[in-house]
Ligand binder design. Sequence first.
Ligand SMILES: [Cu+2]
Length: 70
Amino acid sequence: MTTSTYTVKGMTCGHCVSSVKEEVGEVAGVAHAEVDLATGLLTVTSEDPVEDAAIIAAVEVAGYEVVNRS
Ligand SMILES: [Cu+2]
């Protein structure tokens, strides 16, 4: 399994977290998406590495912005 971490800007409540988790969770290859609201950290777990662009696009669909990839 591979884990990638992103910093998401703009989330303010549990609904924001749910939206991001839902959209990112639908990206092909993603096994699990976890969000920490306090830090804005999005942790994506996948069997094989998933393209950053796909994760960034999913976060944008949810209405937020990836400001960092670590
Ligand atoms: Cu919200």
